[in-house]
Every structure is written in structure tokens, then in C-alpha cells.
Design a protein around this ligand. Structure first.
Ligand SMILES: NC(=O)c1ccc[n+]([C@@H]2O[C@H](COP(=O)([O-])OP(=O)(O)OC[C@H]3O[C@@H](n4cnc5c(N)ncnc54)[C@H](OP(=O)(O)O)[C@@H]3O)[C@@H](O)[C@H]2O)c1
Length: 310
């Protein structure tokens, strides 16, 4: 089978094309491209069918497990494929690990080390119980996220661009320092013990609920991430599409009730708006996938992320 591989501008990527077996899969084609051009590891290749530039439809992305011939519409001898270089990639686990490792290591620096003396504060540093509990709560949260990354989540996408590591680390690491700076500050004023207990108690319940939501999502897929997107059911998913985000937002709310800093509330608002955008997209995707037509189930009536508002 003759495969012509072009770039998006129409230039031939491999002069003369490739001859591959008629039973070859898209993964085999990716390997063949990699053999010819060493820098294009399969993880950074995006292969699509040719697509009219004026068309409003999105180009069809080739699925790596599918047999290439299935994309030829009956003409099994030749096919043209459009190649896009996605750039250097890292696995999702690596991406998540580094973005969570920063907060886990940076926060304790502000608690254990005399950071504020270096910044010119000479006052005697009294450590309130809430500051110690916040350290435990914070570390537990990010430790849980790292554990979930390795032992719970079943990602459908193998890799992400390296540039996302820098972007996501900048986001998490900066907020970690920003919050740690204010919570551990020598001039920090603690809330009442009652308020602290309510905040941390509620936050911890939400962290456990969040873990349970992640286990429900995990069980929607096979071991190697197979199974695509399913309708999440059970527990809070019977009411909310993105119950994992709902519990995440509420656990940060609990954290802020207990610690009460402007920095913490800014993080809550930013994180909630990011998750709301993602939740709207996930809700739309599930409604589109499960439209109730041609034997497909209909996506049930649910809140998106924050009942009773959205
Ligand atoms: N504080 C913050 O700023 C912030 C922001 C975002 C997330 N988080 C936390 O990090 C956690 C993970 O975030 P995330 O954005 O990766 O969560 P997510 O996209 O909702 O999903 C977590 C895992 O479940 C899978 N999944 C989701 N919906 C599914 C469905 N309908 N069918 C089958 N599998 C499904 C995802 O697969 P895919 O690989 O296909 O996506 C992913 O592997 C969140 O739940 C939240 O606790 C915090």
C-alpha cells in the first residue's frame, strides 16, 4: 500500500512516500515515519486525513489501533495522510508528578525555615496550631494527588507537550508559595478554633469524597486506559457531571474557612473558574456522545459542577 505523507502546507514529508503492508495499522505507519525521520517519535505525531482548508468540520484524526486501509474508502492501494509535529512530549504521569511535587516541597520551606528573617521580619515567630494543621492538610492533599496520579487515574491521552510542564508548574508552584507565604507569616492572625475545626473537618470530608469520585472515574476504563468516555454514575455523579471538581472546589473552600487568607481565596476563585470551563466542555462532550440517537443512551439530566447554580 502506497502512503503519501504530507505536511499541513501540502509539502511531501517523505519523498516518494512509504510502502507499507495492507494489514498495517496507524501505529505501524507512525513507526515507519519514525524509522525514516528519527526525531518524530510516534508520541509527537498527529496524523489526519486531508481536509479542505475552508471546511468548518474538524479533520479526522487517525486512531493508532485502527487498520490504515479502513480509512481508504474502498481505494486500498493509495492513501494520503497529513502529518503534524506536536513537539516534544512527556507522559501525563510525569506532567502531574512535577506540578504536584512543587507544592509538596515548597510549602514546608515557609513553615520550617526562617524565610521571614531573611525578608527582614525580626519579630518573634509564634507558630499557631492552625499553621501546623495547615501544613499537614496541604501536604496530605498534594501527596494524595501524586498517589492518585500513579495508582488511580487511567488517562486516555498518553502524552502532553513539554511546554505544559512549564505552564502547569508555574501555576501550581507560584500559588503554593503565595499561599504558604501568607499562612506562615509572622503577622498572621488565626481564626477561632471552632471555625478552624469546621473548615478542616469539611475539607477533609471533601478530600475523601474527591478520592472516591476518582475511583468511580477509574472504573469506567480498562487497565490501559481503554473504553473512551462513559457516563459516570453513582455517589455524587448521579447529580453532577464533574463531581470530582465539585469536591475539589469544596475542599479548597474548607481550607480557606480554616486559614482565611486573601491568597487562599484568590487560588480558590482561579481554580474554580478553570475547573468550571473544563466541566462545561466535559458536560457538552458527554451530552454529544450520549445523544439518545441510533441506540446510544441519552445523557441524564445533571448539574455541571456547582449545584444549584451550574
Ligand atoms: N486545584 C486546581 O486548580 C485543579 C485543577 C484541575 C484539577 N484538579 C484536581 O485534579 C483532579 C484530576 O484532574 P483532571 O482534570 O485530570 O480530571 P478529569 O479530567 O475529570 O479526570 C480524571 C481521570 O478520569 C478520566 N475521566 C474523566 N471523565 C471520564 C469519563 N466520563 N469516562 C471515562 N474516564 C473519565 C480522565 O480521563 P482523560 O485522561 O481522558 O481526561 C482522567 O484520567 C481533579 O479531579 C481535581 O481533583 C485541581
Amino acid at each position: 500500500m502506497k502512503v503519501t505523507v504530507t505536511t499541513r502546507s501540502g509539502r511531501e514529508l517523505i519523498n516518494g512516500g512509504l510502502d507499507i503492508d495492507t494489514t498495517a495499522t496507524v501505529a505501524d505507519l507512525e513507526d515507519a515515519i519514525h524509522q525514516r525521520i528519527k526525531k518524530y517519535h510516534p508520541s509527537r505525531q498527529r496524523l489526519t486525513l486531508p481536509h479542505h482548508p475552508q471546511s468548518k468540520e474538524k479533520p479526522i484524526v487517525l486512531q493508532y489501533k485502527k487498520v490504515l486501509k479502513d480509512y481508504t474508502n474502498g481505494n486500498s492501494d493509495t492513501i494520503t495522510i497529513v502529518f503534524k509535529d506536536l513537539g516534544p512530549q512527556v507522559s501525563y504521569r510525569t506532567l502531574f508528578f512535577f506540578e504536584y511535587l512543587g507544592p509538596l516541597l515548597l510549602y514546608p520551606l515557609f513553615y520550617y525555615f526562617p524565610v521571614y528573617q531573611y525578608l527582614g521580619y525580626q519579630t518573634k515567630h509564634v507558630i499557631y496550631p492552625v499553621q501546623t494543621y495547615t501544613l499537614y492538610y496541604w501536604c496530605l492533599h498534594y501527596f494524595k494527588r501524586i498517589m492518585e496520579t500513579f495508582f488511580v487515574h487511567r488517562f486516555s491521552h498518553a502524552t502532553s507537550p513539554v511546554s505544559n510542564v512549564f505552564r502547569n508548574c508555574a501555576y501550581y508552584w507560584t500559588f503554593a508559595c503565595f499561599i504558604a507565604y501568607y499562612v506562615n507569616h509572622p503577622l498572621y492572625m488565626p481564626v477561632s478554633e471552632f471555625q478552624m475545626k469546621i473548615g478542616f473537618g469539611f475539607g477533609l470530608i471533601m478530600q475523601v469524597a474527591n478520592l472516591y469520585c476518582h475511583i468511580i472515574l477509574r472504573n469506567l476504563r480498562g487497565r490501559n486506559g481503554n473504553g473512551g468516555y462513559q457516563i459516570p454514575r453513582g455517589f455524587l455523579f448521579n447529580f453532577v457531571t464533574c463531581a470530582n471538581y465539585t469536591t475539589e472546589i469544596y475542599q479548597w473552600l474548607g481550607f480557606n474557612v480554616a486559614t482565611q487568607t486573601v491568597a487562599g481565596y484568590i487560588f480558590l476563585v482561579v481554580a474554580a473558574s478553570i475547573m468550571t470551563n473544563w466541566a462545561l466542555a466535559k458536560h457538552r462532550r458527554l451530552k454529544k456522545l450520549f445523544d439518545g440517537k441510533e441506540g446510544r443512551p441519552k445523557y441524564p439530566q445533571r448539574w455541571v459542577i456547582l449545584p444549584p447554580f451550574l
